[in-house]
Write a protein that binds this ligand. Sequence first.
Ligand SMILES: [Zn+2]
Length: 75
Amino acid sequence: MPDCHKCGTKNPEGAQFCSRCGTKLTIFPRLEKKSRKPENSHSELKIQVILALIVLILIIVAILMSFIPGVGIKL
Ligand SMILES: [Zn+2]
């Protein structure tokens, strides 16, 4: 219910002007944009971390295999 700041008259929902004195009613905008989160950059970061971990694991496995005789890659 937007109340007129000038005369205090209660006006119907969605009214832009006071029904009594004609003063323009200021309706406070609802802050809905703040609830949005930038999820795209977050997921991209996760993928990069997972890829980095996979590469790291592969390097570790390759190093370990090279140390085990008979199993590893002979350099
Ligand atoms: Zn008014």
